[in-house]
Design a protein around this ligand. Structure first.
Ligand SMILES: [Fe+2]
Ligand SMILES: [Fe+2]
Length: 221
């Protein structure tokens, strides 16, 4: 019997250009907070590569979803989440560094990891990928890779260190099946905390609150 399965290749759909990189820097100015500039440039490369593996041109074009089934912000774009998580990560780590000067934090890994934790979202949220997965989930899986897993692939592809790729794969549900680094744990708390607080303050689509802990009550805005 002929093999009628269609194979798909998650590669660049268009070349990465300086215009792509400039858009990443403009949409996500917190990349500047990565102390090591070479590492910061690799983060720009990771986001640029990831966008070009999808039909999204800019990070600001990515919808404000935590996951496709929620939580989902009522307004804004993915940049609101990404920028908020990087700033929250910084505040959280600074608190412990100031109150407990004996702790050790790798700030390069921490900030690059928070910048790249959701770098796989262009692939997982891409409309044509989602339509393909929904059409034949038993052929492709649905999704083939969640954003955490595709994000790890992107990080390693552009040459980011394993410690940063570890945060991409460990920041979400996958992190419950592995031991996570201290930096990954900080990013996890900043990321999950950001969604929980956004939900409590009434910033999420009410129908998507169910994706968050069931003790959460959303304040009316
Ligand atoms: Fe995520
Ligand atoms: Fe996130």
């Amino acid at each position: 019997m002929a093999n009628t399965m269609k194979h798909h290749y998650a590669r660049l759909r268009r070349p990465v250009t300086d215009e792509t990189r400039a858009g990443v820097i403009e949409d996500f100015p917190e990349i500047e907070l990565v102390p090591d500039k070479a590492l910061g440039n690799l983060c720009v490369e990771a986001w640029s590569h990831s966008l070009c593996c999808s039909d999204y041109k800019r990070i600001r074009d990515i919808p404000p979803w935590g996951n496709p089934n929620g939580p989902i912000l009522s307004k804004g774009s993915q940049t609101d989440h990404l920028r908020g998580v990087v700033r929250t990560t910084k505040v959280l780590a600074e608190e412990f560094e100031h109150s407990h000067p004996n702790v050790r934090i790798d700030w390069d890994v921490l900030m690059a990891g928070s910048v790249c934790h959701d770098v796989g979202k262009p692939y997982e949220f891409d409309p044509s990928n989602r339509a393909r997965w929904q059409a034949d989930p038993a052929d492709s899986g649905s999704p083939t890779f969640r954003h955490s897993v595709f994000g790890m692939h992107v990080c390693l592809t552009v040459g980011l260190p394993e410690e940063v790729a570890h945060i991409a794969v460990g920041h979400s549900f996958e992190g419950l099946h592995m031991g996570v680094s201290a930096e990954c744990m900080i990013v996890r708390q900043a990321d999950h905390g950001w969604w929980h607080v956004a939900g409590a303050l009434g910033l999420l689509e009410p129908a998507t609150i169910g994706a968050l802990p069931n003790n959460l009550r959303a304040r009316n805005l």
